[in-house]
Design a protein around this ligand. Sequence first.
Ligand SMILES: [Fe+2]
Ligand SMILES: [Fe+2]
Length: 335
Amino acid sequence: MVHFIKPVQDELQKNMEVVGQIEEFVGQAVDNILVDPQTCWQPSDFLPDLADKDAMKQVLELRERASGLPPEVITSLIGNMITEEALPTYQTFFNLVRGINEEGNVASEKGWVRWSRAWTAEENRHGDLLNKYLYLSGRADMKQVEITIHNLIYNGFDPRVDGDPYQAMIYTSFQERATKISHVNTGKLADKAGDSTLSRICKTIAGDEARHEKAYKSFMTKIFEIDPEGGLLAFQKMMKKQISMPAIMMDNATEDNLFTRFSAITQKMGIYTTFDYASIIKHLVQQWKIETLSGLNGYAAQAQDYLSTLGERYEKIAERMKEPEDVKLAWLVPS
Ligand SMILES: [Fe+2]
Ligand SMILES: [Fe+2]
């Protein structure tokens, strides 16, 4: 099957060269889109100061506010937090994508490797903040939460990008937007339930995801400028495989699976739904001007057709989907 394997390898080689060409642009994004550690917000900005004289009063106030949150919101928030906590997996994944860190040195000063560090350093604050908030709130069964985080990192994650840097940039663009939507909607529900601090926390995290989304989309825009046909093929491949959520391997159980429960709750609560999946596809198609790319070869033109109507097809699926009925909650304090 050499005649089949060779073009795939050639394609990967070409994609690696293209991402090498935009290395400087990526380095600039670290300096212009990501935030300096000295001035960046930190979890302690949103949490009781336990070194303060009135620390316990601050904790009680937090618990009072959190007591009004519906259990569905707590489960969703925990699921979001667990997703954020599997950061070792995400940084490893990113550095293993071909063309990103070929020298195999995480301390490298090359643009892509600097990006991988600076991005995950920002992400690290998300899990820290939500974890500490939930711990102090007294609403989560922390031992079960910790076991789930342990399992998730233990099990790893395969976003099925096949080592291809183009597919990896499409995956991350999609995922950053998905997590932004999820945090924004959780924040809205927290606000509705009277927990304005949690709402501010969720919105602040969503603000980070928005910057990350902007950066990943801009990397992919550059790729489309240099290699529109390769970009289209990668986008099509990624969407045919579907974007799986990073926390999908949090539980190995075949029945009553924690990830399945988490997804059903976010769907039911309108935190992250199939409509959102469809809207993200539409947004990315528009962002990368997929419909107006011209002068394409046959395969790329086919990919363009496929992608141009994909968002609408998912919308139709979403309309037909029944809302999950009896959703079993997870990670709550046993009552
Ligand atoms: Fe995050
Ligand atoms: Fe992010």
